[in-house]
Design a protein around this ligand. Structure first.
Ligand code: HEM
Length: 416
């Protein structure tokens, strides 16, 4: 489909299947065309309204009265009956806790989880993150080339998160596999067989989280579940054990696929704009704003969902109570009505931080400080160790294939 030359009234896509394999540039063309011609349009194959304007997205994410987040983690495709049966048999019973929780206890659970995510904890992770980047670079530096997804950012955010949660390093591959299954079920388009295999992994994953919290109840450690248990102090009105199981279950997904993809998106964007890369090599003080600009320019969370609680209108389109919306965060971040020259990466941009890569409002990403910090440390170490690194020409970055997340599956770089 020639997205750039659509007639003004035509929506750029009516089926999300079209967008799965698009390159970043093609996807941005879809969003730009939509913003200009039909900023709110219907995606027939999944039954969602796509929202592409910055102001509309902030309205949708920011208004609890009009929009509910309860469908945020719901599978986009219906769950097969045999999968539901497997869940029942395995006692798989996660409950809405943070991102999909609209009950009154959301703010209470969030308060406790946020306290456990203290700046002190983030700071304690700094030497560990630097060490992980340096160990990875040591392992491939002599080769003069590396796939920075496979050899650096695929595991790194998971290892950081596991340190925070107290998961042993040896389990990293297992949990990444389970997390991928969860992504596939919630946000991908699995076949019935794939759904069944993925469902088994999700049940394993849930059991693992419950077991981890149980172990901390009998032997506390210096980690986030132990902190939450201490803050709970045996009082269910502060937090239940099941709340903690659910927070751990949620974080194990929320905290690494997003950051893996975002790290790769940031490195890719900066290397594609050679002047930006050279600038941060020359002056590391530019890195924090470069991180914000990369989050704006190519965020890793593409679509985020809400349910309309009442009849509403968005950019002239009437949406009835009960309809579903998919907010396209990268589109909002480049909206011409919000930002000048949004299609350009500009690491000196003074309003880069006004992006919505971490969402907006009461569900704003709880891990944003950690993610920002991690991205900055990765860039500081890479610019120091591999200042002359460049992208290998002609490679296919192969975007990950879910509707809601985006990042390259591979990122080959080389240096002399
Ligand atoms: C660059 C990496 C990341 C991106 C782009 C990202 C993005 C997002 C987005 C878009 C939301 C939804 C916000 C909304 O509904 O308005 C969200 C929520 C959330 N994120 Fe992140 N995230 C990242 C990293 C992390 C990390 C590292 C953690 C934890 C260690 C984390 C934990 C959470 C949690 C717990 C929520 C739900 C908060 C709530 O509902 O109260 N995220 N994130």
């Amino acid at each position: 489909m020639d997205f750039a030359n659509l007639p003004p009234s035509k929506c750029p896509v009516s089926s999300l299947s079209d967008t799965f394999h698009l390159s970043n540039e093609q996807l941005e063309t879809v969003f730009r065309t939509a913003r200009q011609n039909c900023p709110t349009f219907y995606l027939e194959d999944i039954g969602y309204w796509a929202v592409t304007k910055y102001a509309d997205i902030k309205t949708v994410l920011g208004s609890k009265e009009k929009f509910s987040s309860e469908i945020t983690l719901e599978p986009l495709r219906p769950i097969a009956p045999e999968v539901l049966e497997l869940f029942r048999q395995r006692g798989y019973s996660p409950q809405p806790t943070l991102s999909n929780n609209e009950a009154d206890n959301h703010s209470q659970i969030r308060r406790v989880a946020q306290a456990a995510f203290s700046p002190r904890r983030n700071k304690m992770l700094e030497p560990y993150i630097r060490q992980l980047v340096n160990d990875a670079v040591d392992s491939f530096e002599q080769d003069k080339r590396a796939d920075l997804v496979a050899q650096l950012v695929y595991e790194l955010p998971a290892l950081v998160l596991f340190k925070l949660i107290g998961v042993p390093d040896k389990d990293v591959k297992l949990i990444k596999m389970w997390a991928n299954s969860r992504l596939l079920i919630s946000f991908g388009k699995p076949s019935a067989e794939q759904q069944l295999v993925a469902a088994g992994h999700m049940a394993d994953y849930w059991d693992y989280c419950c077991e981890l919290v149980k172990k901390r109840m009998s032997a506390s450690q210096d980690d986030l579940p132990s902190d939450m248990l201490a803050m709970r102090a045996g009082d269910d009105s502060i937090l239940t054990i099941n709340n903690i199981n659910n927070v751990v279950f949620g974080l194990l997904l929320a905290g690494h696929e997003t950051t893996t993809n975002m790290s790769a998106n940031a490195i890719l964007s900066l290397l594609q704009s050679k002047d930006s890369w050279r600038a941060i090599v020359a002056d590391k003080n530019l890195i924090p704003n470069a991180v914000e600009e990369c989050l704006r320019f190519r965020p890793s969370v593409v679509g985020w969902r809400r349910l309309a609680r009442m009849d509403v209108e968005l950019s002239g389109v009437k949406i009835s109570k009960g309809q579903r919306l998919l907010c396209f965060l990268p589109s909002g971040n480049r909206d011409e009505d919000h930002i000048d020259h949004g299609e350009d990466l500009d690491i000196y941009r003074t309003n880069a931080r006004s992006h919505i890569a971490f969402g907006f409002g009461r569900h704003f990403c709880l891990g944003a400080p950690l993610a920002r910090f991690e991205l900055a440390v990765i860039l500081e170490e890479l610019t120091r160790r591999l200042p002359y690194m460049r992208l290998v020409e002609g490679q296919d970055f192969m975007p990950v294939e879910t509707v809601q997340f985006r990042g390259p599956k591979q990122l080959w770089v080389e240096w002399d």
